[in-house]
Design a protein around this ligand. Sequence first.
Ligand SMILES: Nc1ncnc2c1ncn2[C@@H]1O[C@H](COP(=O)(O)OP(=O)(O)OP(=O)(O)O)[C@@H](O)[C@H]1O
Ligand SMILES: [Mg+2]
Length: 296
Amino acid sequence: MNSPAIEVLGITVRYGRTVALDRVTVLVQPGRICALIGTNGSGKSSLFKAIMDIVKPDHGTIRLAGGKAAGARRAGLVGYVPQSEDVDWSFPLRVRDVVMMGRYGLMDFARRPSTTDVLAVDQALTRVELIDKADRQIGQLSGGERKRAFVARGLAQDASILLLDEPFAGVDKRSEVTISAVLRELADTGRTVLVSTHDLGALYGLADEAVLLMNRVIVHDRPEVVLQPHYLAEAFGLQMRRVDDPVPGGPPIDERPTDEDPPSDGAPADPAPDVDPPAGTLPADPPRTTEDGDPT
Ligand SMILES: Nc1ncnc2c1ncn2[C@@H]1O[C@H](COP(=O)(O)OP(=O)(O)OP(=O)(O)O)[C@@H](O)[C@H]1O
Ligand SMILES: [Mg+2]
């Protein structure tokens, strides 16, 4: 089997006294779409930020694309669509400039876009149906259009790993379908996608597997397993339903898994043991890469 594209091994992330992630292990194989679900504050964004080196785990290891995380990030192998709240929308950039930023890692020192770069940006904007708004200031887009602009940036980057923090929040059905289809196309060509969402009903259509977070991993398995009522009750405090009630948007009852079904490839083993904590503190935005090797 290939090594996982995303290897998060036993990471702990703290903000002061708040433990956002407690020995979290998540492995995702290449070509898979893994959804990240959990309540507000369950640590989804913190996991993305740890992978992007925006926050430093106290413990644990992160490897990306089969190698050191810092090297993969530097090589532009990881695209990141942050949660909207983490973006300064007043920044005076046109939509096409934002998407072009995805190409920076592929450009030389002077960052002069080549014809190939311009073409890649146009193609990405066309794919997310934003080409007609390419010259608008990013802050002048609607919420759903902003999400699509950031997905276009990830597309233009041609990253092998794409991290999307709530790309469906506040978007209409059409944008949701567009973004989902783009993610599936990426996975079909071997890219790996980690995507957080609050839309549990859409999990079947979206993801191959899902991680249910509650500052630790409650379960990582196929959507139909993760959406079982006892897991949802644990994570969301929801009412238990009868076991033969169908899960919303899920397969018919007679196609649901049995206890004998094996877990998916991406299901994690027990959390890896803690390793020595990396040096450093908890920095704020924006994303950055380290210069002195891989801290994770
Ligand atoms: N910069 C910060 N400083 C202090 N605490 C933080 C910071 N960022 C996150 N936290 C805390 O860490 C925990 C995890 O937050 P995180 O943003 O990762 O959750 P989330 O699952 O992304 O939530 P949401 O669904 O609301 O986006 C929460 O308790 C949150 O209050
Ligand atoms: Mg979040």
